[in-house]
Design a protein around this ligand. Sequence first.
Ligand SMILES: Cc1cc2nc3c(=O)[nH]c(=O)nc-3n(C[C@H](O)[C@H](O)[C@H](O)COP(=O)(O)O)c2cc1C
Length: 368
Amino acid sequence: MRSAAPTAKRERRAPVDFAGKTYLAPLTTVGNLPFRRVCKEFGVDITCSEMAIANNILQGSQTELALLKRHKSETIFGVQLAGSRADVIGRATEFVSRECSVDFIDFNMGCPIDMAFNNGGGSALLAQPRRIERILRTMRHVADCDITVKFRTGVKNNVNVAHELIPQFEAWGAAMGTLHGRSRQQRYSKSADWEYIGRCRGAAQQMPLFGGGDVLSWEDYWAHLETRQQCDGIMVGRGALIKPWIFREISERRVWDISATERLDILKQFARFGMEHWGTDSQGIANVRRYLLEWQSFLHRYIPAGILEVLPQNINDRPPPFVGRNDLETLMASPLASDWVKLSEMILGPAPDGFAFVPKHKSNSYEG
Ligand SMILES: Cc1cc2nc3c(=O)[nH]c(=O)nc-3n(C[C@H](O)[C@H](O)[C@H](O)COP(=O)(O)O)c2cc1C
């Protein structure tokens, strides 16, 4: 790893003006560079890498280092780091800040999965403010860009701690915070608690507070941001996976009754971006297919606006099976992985013999 000459004092990059911008959530596996490019085409302002484990970066893991790559279309781009030790995170922050093109580095305090939690990382940190303080102060000290934080309401249901932590995050150097309005225990069950996000906004002095959870329509977006003024900006995760054109709907404040052919064109564009990113040899195409299928495990949940009885679609409602306005629309709504493979074949040609696909994320289910 290269390090800057000790005498060379590096300039701090200009702080990011986050407030009011649309923010595509960091999304492990599915929030890859080609997907983020698709969202950029639909007008999202801020993008973030998938979560990268600080320790793996320091060990030079190629897969982890690949996560740090920014596409030139990403105008405001951050890398998200996860870990539990201030020294390790500090060195990874220094590396990212010096060697990568980033506008901010986000620290993950929301990851609910056991592997992170049992190592004291992700949402486990929410119960350890002294440790967070060491980590954030170190990150702030070594980075020449903004440090941001992403967190949940707390570890357990009904024991909210975010409102107490927010003023401290700010004092320890965070330039922006994003609160996913659920506890670790809650995972994706029940709706995100936007009222609590609104209360938390009042706990911040200067730091913009972004909210996140369940936004799948422009109506929800503007209701949280403008009507109820619950936050300074909104991060969209599954909503962008299910319908990446949500960012256009948000800026135009109207529903787009997109046709199945137009949706297929989006998939074709993803495949083009994917081939640029992963390559066009057989391994490259295999990657494009795999990531397209991972994405389809979310995309199939979209219900075309034109056939929905009551708008907008609610992210936590499991829709009854429906027949689309043409065969392609019906195929795109299929919950069967074998149908997703058929879709991939329309774009990438035949899958290898005996190919089968099992999605990685459980959150394509409704409880996740
Ligand atoms: C497939 C998937 C992968 C995710 N990966 C990450 C991640 O790498 N880092 C992170 O902070 N949050 C991650 N999240 C959480 C989202 O960033 C977001 O906070 C959460 O999904 C709530 O927002 P939503 O209801 O708009 O999806 C992930 C969520 C999903 C569904």
